[in-house]
Design a protein around this ligand. Structure first.
Ligand SMILES: Nc1ncnc2c1ncn2[C@@H]1O[C@H](COP(=O)(O)OP(=O)(O)OP(=O)(O)O)[C@@H](O)[C@H]1O
Ligand SMILES: [Mg+2]
Length: 457
């Protein structure tokens, strides 16, 4: 691959040390169904992976995230405007002033695509991936060609990256950078070709771009961690399971360490629609039940800034939920939601909740707080987690996978203490490894992979 000479070697500690590459920096881009971001490291200090620490969503949720949301805003002329939380906020502000007409906020992995994936998984069919003819939907349901959308997003991340590099050092030119772009293990050749074409259209020199499979990148990252983790993954013939639990899906792959430290897939990638956004969807259904469907629809379409506040507040809260949570959980739901509810249902909110039969388990406090019993919150998490656990246990029972002793859990939803505790209890005879900042493992591992692409067979 172009300038990257694969003459790197693996040190005896299992980490990767690049020796003779002619580039100065490796950068990785990761596009997930929910979040996207980039990371990079310099040739002279490959293990020190830098990520953008400042993706920041304003508003009540004050969500600080190491990746930004996968959404893009296009202006009425069809040109790129912004990406990430910024795109969401900008569209929401325009909508508040009724100035959003003609502007298109695009979520890459549209709902209809998600539904297709879910159906394919349930029917054990081939999972649909991207191709030149794939379209994505904007928030109003209009279709757009996916290819230019991906190109715009890649260009945005590259521009952001170049700025971050320039802020840190002088003397690194664009031509000194080699890029790694992550792709899910289930992607077929058409989808990979799609990604390469999208890169080409940004003007980035293709010869400096490599694609890395997400689960393999995740394993590579784990091999740079502490001694115990490395020991669990080391040794020719060692087999282990990698679960990437992201926003949309759980992607599960099984790998074997080969002589020389390379990795080999020994089972077809499997998975299901058990990601963290499932919990968000359950929360929204709950809000619809409490406040009325019309109120929530109106919040989404007419009061978009408040809607994003509610969603981001939930995103922050959801991260603190654990098996040990005993007290009621408080969610800020914005005073607007209450007003809309009372307007559309014609009922006082306290009376409405009383009539819904929740007793003391759901209470409104002040104008904008909802207090909810943890037993209710638990039900939002349990659907995807129980499905995941069932699937993992079935896989581990397969005679072919009897030697798998270690399970590596990565992905944003894998950071959830609740998820980790439940999974750990169900696979007590296996070692469960969850790296710190599990949501960034794929991204950081991709940087490592770029530092030494010879690792993967
Ligand atoms: N600490 C946490 N606790 C619970 N959920 C979390 C935590 N951190 C992130 N999440 C959830 O993880 C999901 C995002 O994970 P990740 O960034 O791995 O997704 P992605 O790469 O966009 O998705 P996918 O891999 O499915 O395409 C979101 O649903 C988010 O709410
Ligand atoms: Mg992901």
């Amino acid at each position: 691959m172009g300038k990257v000479e694969s003459k790197s070697s693996r040190s005896t500690t299992g980490t990767t040390t690049a020796k003779t590459q002619s580039y100065l920096l490796v950068a990785a881009f990761d596009f997930g169904t929910t979040y996207s971001g980039y990371a990079f490291s310099f040739r002279n200090d490959p293990l020190k992976v830098h990520t953008n620490q400042t993706w920041y969503s304003g508003g009540a949720g004050n969500l600080i995230s190491l990746k930004t949301s996968t959404s893009l805003l296009i202006n009425p002329e069809g040109e790129f405007d912004s990406f990430g939380f910024q795109a969401e906020d900008s569209y929401a502000n325009k909508a508040e002033d009724d100035n959003h007409h003609g502007w298109r906020q695009v979520m890459f992995f549209s709902r209809s695509w998600g539904i297709q994936i879910m159906k394919a998984v349930l029917a054990d069919l081939c999972i649909p991936t991207l191709s030149r003819t794939t379209t994505v939907e904007d928030i109003e349901g209009n279709s757009h060609q996916a290819l230019p959308i991906f190109s715009m997003a890649i260009k945005f991340l590259q521009t952001h990256l170049l700025q971050a590099v320039a802020n840190q050092t002088v003397g690194v030119l664009e031509k000194d950078i080699c890029y790694v772009i992550t792709v899910p293990a289930i992607w077929d050749d058409n989808a990979k070709e799609f990604m390469r074409t999208a890169v080409k259209e940004t003007g980035i020199d293709e010869t400096r771009v490599t694609l890395a499979l997400e689960p393999e990148a995740a394993s590579i990252w784990c091999e740079t961690l502490d001694v115990d983790t490395r020991a669990a993954l080391a040794g020719t013939g060692t087999q282990y399971m990698v679960i990437d639990l992201g926003g949309g899906t759980a992607d599960i792959s099984i790998q074997e360490k080969e002589q020389g430290g390379t990795l080999k897939e020994i089972h077809k990638p499997t998975g299901g629609p058990w990601g963290g956004t499932y919990v968000d969807a359950k929360y929204l259904k709950f809000l619809e039940h409490i406040f009325g469907e019309k109120a929530i629809t109106s919040l989404k379409t007419e009061e978009m800034a408040d809607y994003f506040d509610v969603i981001r507040e939930f995103e922050t809260k959801k991260r603190t939920f654990s098996v040990q949570t005993e007290d009621k959980f408080t969610f800020k739901i914005s005073a607007t939601t209450r007003k809309l509810s009372e307007k559309f249902t014609g009922q006082n909110l306290e009376q409405r909740i009383g009539s819904l039969g929740y007793g003391d388990s759901v209470i409104v406090k002040g104008g904008d707080k909802l207090r909810v019993e943890p037993d209710i919150v638990r039900t939002w998490f349990d659907g995807p987690i129980d499905n995941l656990i069932g699937h993992v246990k079935n896989l581990l029972k397969e005679p072919k996978l009897i030697a798998v002793q270690t399970v590596v859990l990565v992905g944003g939803f894998g950071e959830s203490a609740y998820v980790q505790e439940k999974l750990r209890c169900e696979i007590l005879d296996k070692r469960l490894i969850v790296p710190a900042e599990a949501g960034l493992a794929v991204l950081k591992g991709s940087v490592m992979f770029g530092q030494n692409p010879a690792i993967i067979t």
